[in-house]
Write a protein that binds this ligand. Structure first.
Ligand SMILES: [Zn+2]
Length: 288
């Protein structure tokens, strides 16, 4: 199956009260692990690529080529969207040109009028191409590719203004943070989420910073309109832990243990386990 827009899978998720996971990719192992896990669990999936990760992998064309090749070679039949994560205005156009099927334009750092103007234009361009578009209101806390957000609570009126433009999905800051959550984190702002859900109609909402949010908060967020949850750091942590164990136990020094296909194996399996766990928690298993 070739890449699809995220629109249908997210509308279905919103109606069915579950969420589709966006798992960010960094290389071949990440991409293969996530695609195979989605297929094994009959789950729709969104592959997230930040601008930094896109650059790291060589560029957007390389990413699109790798993902399309894997969809065919691994005989992936579940719906897969390739999504630019926190795209800039220029980055959005570059990713579209390379063949991404879904775009996030993060205009949260602009004044609301400029965010509206640029999002309006991108709604038009993406819908003409049959692609899905995610917009953001209120910055997400923590650091993403060097951009540090303060973790704002989005203004519901601004959320309504942006969602009324016809975006496919809306990311709104509700106290969520990228990366690990600090010990004194206050939790998700459910009052704000509930207000945002009330004013934005049936636009699927997106929860960024899915790593380390307790399961009951995830479930409550889904009940309040969240239909897409982004997971990035958690796969990085499980990959690093499994790889560290392999090296520390000296396995790379035994036989051909230095072969990258062996050395990267435990990390690959660890990503698969994390993705499966999230798909079960989000309720997307058997929803392909
Ligand atoms: Zn994010």
């Amino acid at each position: 199956m070739s890449l699809v827009s995220a629109k249908e899978m997210l509308n279905k998720a919103r109606d069915g009260k579950y969420a589709v996971g966006q798992f960010n990719i960094n290389n071949l192992e990440w991409t293969k692990a996530i695609l195979l896990t989605a297929q094994e669990n009959n789950s729709p999936v969104i592959l997230g690529v930040s601008e930094g990760a896109g650059k790291y992998m060589g560029g957007y064309k390389t990413v699109v080529g790798m993902v399309n090749g894997l969809l065919e070679d691994l005989k992936i039949t579940v719906p897969v969207a390739l999504h630019l994560d926190h795209g800039s205005y220029e980055g959005a156009y570059k990713a579209m040109e390379a063949g991404f099927s879904s775009i996030m334009f993060d205009g949260s750092h602009y004044a609301i009028d400029e965010n509206i103007a640029k999002t309006t234009e991108l709604v038009k361009v993406t819908s003409e191409k049959g692609l899905s578009l995610e917009a953001e209101v209120g910055s997400i806390g923590g650091e993403e590719d060097g951009v540090v957000g303060a973790g704002e609570i989005a203004d519901p009126n601004e959320c309504k203004q942006i969602s009324d433009l016809g975006v496919t999905m809306l990311a709104a800051g509700i106290g969520n943070i990228h990366g690990k959550y600090p010990a004194n984190w206050k939790g998700l702002a459910f009052d704000a989420l509930s207000q945002i859900n009330d004013v934005t109609g049936d636009v699927p909402l997106v929860l960024h910073g899915g790593t380390g949010i307790p399961a009951e908060m995830i479930k409550k967020a889904i009940s309040l309109g969240v239909a897409k949850i982004n997971v990035n750091t958690e796969c990085q942590l499980s990959f690093a832990e499994a790889t560290r164990k392999y090296i520390e136990s000296g396995k790379d020094l035994q036989g051909k243990g230095f072969d990258p296909r062996k050395l990267l194996g435990p990390g690959f399996e660890a990503i698969k386990a994390t993705v499966k766990e999230k798909m079960e928690l989000f309720g997307s298993v058997n929803q392909a």
